[in-house]
Design a protein around this ligand. Structure first.
Ligand SMILES: NC(=O)c1ccc[n+]([C@@H]2O[C@H](COP(=O)([O-])OP(=O)(O)OC[C@H]3O[C@@H](n4cnc5c(N)ncnc54)[C@H](O)[C@@H]3O)[C@@H](O)[C@H]2O)c1
Ligand SMILES: CC(C)[C@H](C(=O)O)[C@@H](O)C(=O)O
Ligand SMILES: [Mg+2]
Length: 355
């Protein structure tokens, strides 16, 4: 009997539905190839949920997410709700909170065929292979907020336990990579960063085989685009990780190339979500780059469903489609979203019977 998995699809807003459909197409091809059955349920999140259900994510959707084996998410956000009291983004934050996905893995890898796509100095982005481990359920995003006409504040809180658990994720990941962690903070100014630095240093003692360096976030932002090869695993807090990962998108050449996995305690469902947003400027045109969402589906097979062979087949499929010149406009090509998804799905299926 084939192994069955329940996948909750949350396409969301803007290009979200377009890239999730593409990811589903490829996930199905991988499932068929490896004898797995994916049972999908689709629900609303973000602006789509505000319009139809009155809230950016319903209690029922949060409940269904908790019962799924994995959540595959597109993006949330719509200019219609900018500055409003109910924000689409709150749905995603509530979902992360509900599922306790404290560790967000954002791999940044330059695909060889795309080495010319980075707008940086020639050669800088070549061979880049780094992993941002972003703390995802703490810091200024989730602290107490005050929002008045004359005064506003976002309290940033970190506890020892919150820092320790995400640091362990980073050190474990480094063990399977090149053995280096750069912990990024602002310890020259922020108390939370000083706690962060102390706790990361303590955790490092359990990983004598991993080299740890502390880097201030302002300098890290500069190194990321001038000398990205110095990084293996970057470990950082919620807000810094959000900003540094969009900056890192210039390395492979587009926001449309960065996937992510948001993981909680073992056994709890992860959220697999591209790093990019709802891209209202290109939504509905069929030209969004689906590779970030497709590679997020690969991460779902690896980290959420325990089927790394399916993940690898998808990753090889993306590399091959890109090498064959199947590029969306953000990468300088003229392929559409569906065409790119088909190109990957075909390659995943055609590997059938291969070792
Ligand atoms: N995880 C999420 O759901 C998420 C992440 C970031 C932003 N957002 C939301 O998305 C909305 C738009 O935000 P933004 O414009 O600052 O960021 P964005 O990531 O949506 O877009 C930034 C730029 O990158 C381009 N881009 C992004 N993804 C692309 C893709 N797959 N293919 C081709 N081009 C792509 C867009 O066209 C745009 O020019 C906001 O409401 C924001 O809050 C959501
Ligand atoms: C939409 C927003 C809440 C989200 C974040 O800031 O975490 C997004 O920018 C991301 O990077 O996933
Ligand atoms: Mg972001």
């Amino acid at each position: 009997m084939s192994q069955r998995f329940r996948v909750l699809l949350l396409p969301g807003d803007g290009i979200g539905p377009e890239v999730v459909a593409a990811a589903r197409r490829v996930a199905d091809a991988a499932a068929a190839r490896f004898g797995l059955t994916l049972e999908y349920e689709e629900r609303r999140i973000g602006a789509a949920a505000i319009r139809e259900e009155g809230a950016p994510v319903s209690k029922e959707t949060l409940r269904r997410a908790g019962e799924a084996d994995a959540v595959l998410l597109g993006a949330v956000g719509d200019p219609e709700f900018d500055g409003g009291e109910v924000r689409p983004e709150a749905g995603l934050l509530a979902l992360r909170r509900e599922l306790g996905t404290f560790a967000n893995l954002r791999p940044v890898a330059a695909i060889p065929a795309l080495s010319g796509s980075s707008p940086l100095r020639p050669g800088v982005a070549e061979g880049v292979d780094l992993l941002i481990v972003r703390e995802l359920t703490g810091g200024a995003y989730f602290g107490e907020k005050e929002e008045g006409e004359e005064r506003a504040s976002d309290l940033s809180v970190y506890t020892r336990g919150e820092v320790e658990r995400v640091a362990r994720v980073a050190f474990e990941a480094a063990r399977g990579r090149r053995g280096r962690v750069a912990s990024v903070d602002k310890a020259n100014v922020l108390a939370t960063s000083r706690l962060w630095r102390r706790v990361v240093g303590e955790v490092a003692r359990d990983y004598p085989d991993v080299a740890l360096e502390h880097v201030l976030v302002d300098a890290a932002a500069m190194h990321l685009v001038t000398d990205p090869g110095r990084f293996d695993v970057i470990l950082t807090e919620n807000l810094f990780g959000d900003i540094l990962s969009d900056e890192a998108a210039v390395l492979p050449g587009s926001m449309g190339m960065l996937p992510s996995a948001s993981l909680g305690e073992p056994g709890s469902p992860g959220i697999f979500e591209p790093v990019h947003g709802s891209a209202p400027d290109i939504a509905g045109k069929g030209v969004a780059n689906p590779y970030a969402a497709i590679l997020s589906a690969a991460m779902m097979f690896r980290h959420g469903l325990g089927r790394p062979e399916a993940a690898e087949a998808i990753e090889r499929g993306v590399e091959a489609a890109v090498a064959a010149g199947c590029l969306t406009p953000d990468l300088g090509g003229s392929s559409g979203t569906e065409e790119a998804a088909e190109a990957v799905a075909r390659r995943v299926a055609a590997e059938e019977g291969a070792a």
